[in-house]
Design a protein around this ligand. Structure first.
Ligand code: FO1
Length: 311
């Protein structure tokens, strides 16, 4: 595959696909558009989990087993914080703190999230372009059976246990796509646009909620292919299938395709799932990404489907 590839990504599953891509084609040819709906301020710090997960993953620093944070992390800060009675429901590792403190200081100096993210990528040798979906604040909130929860309270503090009735993205209406986002989607050199196997409702929808991004995707020349986040009727990690059930949606590839109706040209379906009533073109593959080879294989299958659709 020559040309450029754009990936809409969030969370751990998304980072895995981008890593697989970066081992398949030149990392410089990849533009990752990253969800920032999970971002929040905590202890006065600006936290951007999906950007950080991608940064750690592409720079080889990620804690593979845990999915987020750094390999070999230490926790002296958290121990000291707890000894002071500080909020300890959200774990901030000693090394991880550097990202949050430097990001917070840079934002306070007026630097944009895009510029900060670019600087962090350069500092850690990441050649893949990482673009936040927006430099404006967008915050995912969930209406649940225990009340309205900001994303991290739902995901971390309550471990996705509360039943979800609705999801909203505060600030999305007034947000602008970050510099380069629309350009990457429209770039004639872009040969494929991939939607990573991220949670459609929590990691991809915030990106589509930023005015202009969905419209650019609908008008895109490049084929748009999603990797199904469902494997065998379940989510690999995280609350996707539970959320779909709570939202009254069957956890099937057809439901994923319907969710992205209007922008999707093809779906990479896991071989364990049924493809009945799938109305868009699809290919099947083993989409479980445990090893690096798995990630490369899934990235290859997604690009192959995009190339087939581009003809
Ligand atoms: N996830 C957890 O389950 N527990 C945590 O304590 C936690 C801390 C954390 C700190 C920094 C960071 O970048 C991510 C962190 N995550 C934690 C993961 C995070 O909630 C998720 O990666 C995303 O928000 C959803 O993909």
């Amino acid at each position: 595959m020559t040309g450029r590839v754009v990936v809409l990504t969030g969370g751990v599953g998304g980072a895995k696909l981008v890593l697989g891509l970066a081992h398949l084609i030149a990392p410089e040819a990849i533009t990752a558009i990253v969800n920032t709906g999970d971002d929040f301020r905590h202890l006065g710090l600006a936290i951007s989990p999906d950007i950080d997960t991608l940064l750690y993953t592409l720079s080889g620093k990620a804690n593979g087993a845990q999915g987020w944070g750094r390999e070999g992390e230490t926790w002296q800060f958290m121990d000291a914080l707890r000894s002071l009675g500080g909020e300890d429901w959200f774990n901030l590792g000693d090394g991880d703190l550097a990202l949050h403190i430097e990001r917070s200081a840079a934002l306070a100096r007026g630097e944009t999230l895009s510029a900060i993210t670019r600087r962090f990528g350069e500092a850690w040798g990441v050649r893949t372009r990482m673009l936040p979906m927006s430099d404006d604040p967008v915050a995912t909130h969930l209406a649940t059976d225990i009340g309205d929860l900001p994303f991290q309270r739902y995901f971390v503090e309550h471990r996705c246990a509360p039943a979800v009735g609705a999801i909203r993205f505060d600030g999305a209406d007034g947000a602008s796509p970050a510099p380069g986002v629309i350009e990457a989607i429209r770039d004639p050199a872009t040969r494929a646009i991939l939607i990573a196997p991220s949670n459609p409702y929590l990691s991809v929808d915030p990106i589509l909620a930023v005015p202009g991004i969905r419209r650019a995707l609908e008008a895109a020349e490049a084929p748009i292919v999603a990797v199904s986040p469902i494997v065998g009727g379940k989510a690999v990690k995280g609350p996707t299938a539970k959320l779909m059930a709570e939202l009254g949606v069957a956890p099937t590839p057809a439901a994923v395709a319907a969710h992205y109706a209007g922008i999707l040209d093809g779906l990479l379906v896991d071989e364990r799932d049924a493809t009945i009533d799938l109305v868009i073109p699809y290919d099947r593959a083993d989409t479980l990404m445990t090893t690096l080879d798995d990630r490369v294989r899934v990235a290859h299958a997604a690009l192959a489907l995009a190339e087939r659709l581009a003809r």
